[in-house]
Design a protein around this ligand. Structure first.
Ligand SMILES: C[S@@+](CC[C@H](N)C(=O)[O-])C[C@H]1O[C@@H](n2cnc3c(N)ncnc32)[C@H](O)[C@@H]1O
Length: 228
């Protein structure tokens, strides 16, 4: 556990992840200290962490304040992690938080928008957690195709987002984002996202659905063939 924080062994329960989250954002603006430790109770991070193999080189698209990459570092999943997000305050927070890792240089965060393009690199994992619903619907199919194009041969693309059905769960999340992000978001179903992946080199290798409190989540993993 080279990159974990402190001396305690991290535990992948919501409470254990919340404790890690508190340690990453200690001393930062109250908004991050309040909200980020609550996210493991409403977002299935443990499941998504388990989808990342050890020694991964991860590009996390729309990384926010870096919570997912920080978790991956703490669970010793990373050779390297790069995250980008359009929100400058989130990236500034991530850059302070990564200093709390034993090896801060494991992670790199940058301000960048999806519209500027998804950076290509030697990623073994590309992830987008709760980002699609922030992208305007007419641009969502191209966003998914751009994620695929940035996924190298043999690498996997992990997408986690919020359900469209039942309507009351989708509405609960829309109200959440209206309060938290001040944005009326547009969810895409996993079936829609799968239909947008037209790249013959990509195949869907994992589908899951999980409710946490009133939030409904789906996760898809696509794998690019080693020779495609
Ligand atoms: C619900 S947050 C999820 C953050 C992070 N993935 C996580 O799970 O902790 C959605 C993130 O997407 C980012 N985002 C929305 N539209 C974006 C865009 N066009 N380009 C880059 N990031 C974007 C937002 O700034 C926000 O940080």
């Amino acid at each position: 556990m080279s990159a974990q924080l402190g001396s305690t062994f991290p535990v992948k329960t919501p409470a254990g992840l919340a404790e890690l989250s508190r340690s990453y954002y200690a001393g930062q603006h109250w908004r991050w200290r309040l909200v980020q430790p609550l996210r493991p109770y409403i977002c299935p991070f443990a499941e998504v962490i388990d989808l990342v193999p050890r020694d991964s080189q991860v590009l996390d698209v729309g990384c926010g304040s870096g919570l997912f990459l920080l978790f991956l570092a703490s669970f010793d999943k990373l050779r390297r992690g790069v995250g980008f997000d359009v929100a400058e305050d989130a990236i500034a927070t991530a850059n302070v938080a990564r200093q709390r890792l034993h090896d801060p240089d494991l992670l790199h965060f940058a301000v960048r928008s999806v519209e500027q393009g998804i950076p290509h690199g030697d990623w073994t994992v590309v992830s987008a957690i709760d980002v699609i619903h922030h992208i305007p619907p007419p641009h969502q199919p191209q966003f998914i195709r751009d994620l695929c194009a940035a996924t190298p041969p043999g690498a996997r693309l992990i997408i986690k987002d919020m359900v469209t059905q039942p309507l009351w769960r989708a509405t609960a999340n829309r109200l959440h984002d209206l309060v938290m992000a001040k944005q009326w978001v547009h969810h895409a179903s996993p079936e829609q996202v799968e239909s947008w992946v037209t790249d013959p080199g990509m195949s869907c290798v994992h589908r899951s659905r999980r409710d946490m409190l009133w939030y409904g989540h789906w996760t898809l993993v696509f794998q690019r063939k080693a020779d495609a």
